[in-house]
Design a binder for this molecule. Structure first.
Ligand SMILES: *Cc1c(COP(=O)(O)O)cnc(C)c1O
Length: 385
């Protein structure tokens, strides 16, 4: 199989698995226990926390370990809004469902939500965030990089605006982490979500950076783990694997990004050259190194995914969630793409484990599959496909 759906999830790296194994076999103590086995588990969690913190330039005590990106986003958005006397949240129209849904929940609790637009290029204008902030804004939440079209937002500029207005900024950095440098202090963000399984770690682990002094209301209550921010016995093995994945990502980021971008660029250039009536969605430069998101006129993205799968190639139409529900992508719609461009979209996301030979084979397969689908397309005549 040629796996090119790295924005949906990534393979667990061999070193990550190796680091996890002892914690699934013999080191099974509860990190809250006083005995030796518990202390060993607590030490492993502390070491992993430090490695997660180092990836984003945070202090270890500013990292709350969670079950993943979805939980981190919920914790940040529900937690900050509910703890604040203010009652408006500002976010964007192109966020992941794990941001949009907690915002919708807040609306049902009486908060107001402003959803700022994105341009045709998939970029959010910081000036639009500035105009959306009111005196009663408790939180701004803007993703660092989009999971569908891969566009990378100017978080530092948005953070500067938020700081001036005295509003904390949360960023969903699940796609950006490990791919582009993220330093919480340099960016100026107050909260940041990251996830293990998007950076070659195991599923079921993630983190929320919470800047010193901020106190979101806990969503998951119980035994008081994670400084009371997120109760529940720690998923020790997954956390250790997440820590290893963060350390590896930090060490290889520049190298991996350059290689992954060159593979992606080869695919984008090949598609532009060999498939007429195709386009690249999202800003060409300000995007994640591994992301290519195409629109093929006259082809249904879902049909293309199935064809590619028959040839052993795993790709996606957009976010894993929207594929599952067959819903039109809210991201592409917010960007102002037409119905036919949205229908004909394909997301190919390259990871560090992919090879040039895989990209070459994918291009050949894509050329033949698009041609095959266009032969039976109802738009064949209309567009001269
Ligand atoms: C995958 C993803 C999430 C959800 O993370 P999980 O760890 O799968 O819960 C949230 N936001 C973005 C941008 C994502 O890509």
């Amino acid at each position: 199989m040629i796996y090119l759906d790295n924005a949906a999830s990534t393979p667990v790296h061999a070193r990550v698995l190796e680091a996890m194994m002892p914690h699934l076999r013999e080191a099974y103590g509860n990190p809250s226990s006083i005995h030796r086995s518990g202390r060993e588990a607590a030490r492993a969690v502390a070491a992993a926390r430090a490695r997660v913190a180092a990836l984003v330039g945070a202090a270890p005590h500013e990292i709350a370990l969670t079950s993943g990106g979805t939980e981190s986003n919920n914790m940040a958005i529900l937690g900050i809004a509910r703890a604040s006397p203010r009652s408006r949240v500002v976010t964007t129209q192109i966020e992941h469902e794990a941001v949009l849904e907690p915002c919708a929940q807040l609306e049902s609790e009486g908060h107001a939500v402003t959803r700022v637009r994105a341009g045709r290029d998939g970029l959010v204008d910081p000036a639009d965030i500035e105009s959306a902030i009111t005196a009663d804004t408790s939180l701004v939440s803007v993703m660092a990089a989009n999971n569908e079209v891969g566009t990378v937002q100017d978080i530092a500029a948005i953070a500067a605006i938020c700081a001036r207005r005295g509003v904390p900024l949360h960023t969903d950095a699940v796609q950006a982490a490990g791919k582009v440098p993220l330093d919480v202090a340099r960016l100026g963000v107050s909260l940041m979500s990251i996830s293990s399984h998007k950076i070659n770690g195991p599923k079921g682990a993630g983190a929320l950076y919470v800047r010193d002094g901020l106190r979101p209301a806990p969503v998951v209550r119980g035994g008081g783990q994670e400084r009371g921010l997120r109760s529940g016995t720690e998923n020790v093995a997954a956390i250790v694997g997440f820590g290893e994945a963060c350390a590896m990502a930090a060490g290889q980021m520049a190298e991996d990004a350059a290689r992954v971008a060159s593979l992606r660029d080869a695919l984008v250039a090949g598609v532009a050259e060999r498939i007429p009536h195709s386009s690249l969605n999202g800003d060409a430069a300000r995007r994640l190194p591994g992301n290519a998101h195409f629109a093929f006129l006259g082809v249904r993205g879902e049909d293309l995914i199935i064809k590619l799968d028959e040839h052993g190639i795993a790709a996606s139409t957009g976010s894993a969630c929207s594929v599952h529900t067959q819903k039109e992508s809210h991201v592409l719609r917010a960007m102002g793409l037409g119905r036919e461009e949205i229908d004909g979209s394909l997301r190919v996301t390259v990871g560090p484990q992919n090879t040039r030979a895989e990209i070459d084979e994918t291009l050949e397969t894509l050329v033949s599959c698009v041609a095959e689908l266009r032969r039976v397309s109802p738009f064949r005549q209309k567009y001269g496909l």
